[in-house]
Ligand binder design. Structure first.
Ligand code: PMP
Length: 317
């Protein structure tokens, strides 16, 4: 089985399946200089019990990718369903039997110097073995970043645009350099927006609260999933502006994202969230999220795309 650094890993690049070692772009590629690319991040979960790899909500990720590409005047030529099928084939070709991360990237491929949105685009999909992104089991200690979340009228945060991730990298790096696990970014006008690569939820007075999509957040698929899981527990989520000081009086706080999954926050700016332990609702939602992503429940099975079951039935035909 291939590992993330394995040059023999098979990727989809310039219209064909080929080894990672051959998938190279030129030094003058527009996206490399100007960040003119849009990416996605999809997780796949290996179930030892089911001997199956489940992609989690790949269609929604691919639909978001195709929509966001348009922000930079790009078109992904395949439909979301075709992209799901191609990803399935990539995983089967690599014979992955472990948790994986799928990274689609559509980018401005013209070899040129000049700031514009040139028409030439290309796209690639890479799948790599992937475990935990961040160790959050005991809860995260986070800070409010001195960097502000980039604004929709500067670089649309909802776009998952490569260049925008300089903002995330600055905030995440500052937090870690100062001894925190992660950063919370505020909007330009000082409201809570999100983490460096994850959405945020607070529990206040028994209510789940999260910033609205108009507060420069990425419209997260995990965020939507958490809201659905909460609804199944008869808990409605309120989408509203959140003041910074609410972080210091919240009963619970957690992050939600494909890489972060559901990650409890136990401290903000060295102030414990509640008693500095993982709250009950966070605990329940984290468990529900794990069960649904790993196929431990029959519920919400439409969110999971089994990779090998389909492949086996195709071979049998
Ligand atoms: N915000 C940012 C900035 C992100 O990069 C991500 C990860 N894609 C998220 C939020 C969470 O989004 P999702 O749940 O769709 O992964």
């Amino acid at each position: 089985m291939a590992s993330a650094k394995d040059p023999d890993i098979v990727v989809y690049f310039e219209g064909e399946f080929q080894p990672l070692a051959n998938a190279k772009v030129g030094l003058l590629t527009h996206a490399l200089h100007y960040g003119t690319a849009v990416f996605e991040g999809i997780r796949g979960y290996w179930s030892e019990e089911d001997q199956e790899l489940y992609l989690f909500r790949p269609r929604e990720h691919y639909e978001r990718w195709r929509a966001n590409a348009r922000l930079l005047r790009m078109e992904v030529p395949l439909s979301a369903m075709e992209l799901c099928e191609m990803t399935r084939e990539l995983i089967v070709r690599n014979r992955f039997q472990c948790d994986v991360y799928v990274r689609p990237l559509v980018y401005k491929s013209r070899q040129t110097i000049g700031v514009h949105l040139s028409p030439e685009t290309d796209y690639a999909v890479v799948v790599v073995p992937f475990g935990k992104y961040i160790e959050s089991g005991q809860g995260l200690r986070v800070c409010v970043s001195s960097w502000r979340r980039l604004n929709d009228n500067a670089i649309p945060a909802r776009g998952k645009i490569s260049g925008a991730y300089v903002n995330s990298a600055l905030a995440g790096d500052e937090a870690r350099a100062n001894g925190y696990d992660e950063a919370i970014l505020l909007t330009e006008d000082g409201h809570v927006s999100e983490g460096s690569a994850c959405n945020i939820f607070l529990v206040r007075h028994g209510q789940l609260v999260t910033p609205p999509v108009s507060d420069d957040i990425l419209e997260g698929i995990t965020r939507a999933t958490v809201m659905d899981l909460a609804r199944e527990m008869w808990i409605e989520t309120v989408e509203r502006r959140i003041d910074r000081s609410e972080l210091y009086v919240a009963d619970e706080i957690f992050f939600a994202g494909t890489a972060f999954e559901v990650a409890p926050v136990i401290e903000v700016d060295r102030r414990p969230v509640r008693s500095g332990t993982i709250g009950p609702l966070t605990h329940r939602l984290r468990e529900a999220y794990t069960n649904v992503t790993r196929g431990k429940t029959a519920r919400d099975s439409h969110w999971r795309m089994p990779v090998y079951r389909k492949a086996v039935s195709e071979t049998a035909r």
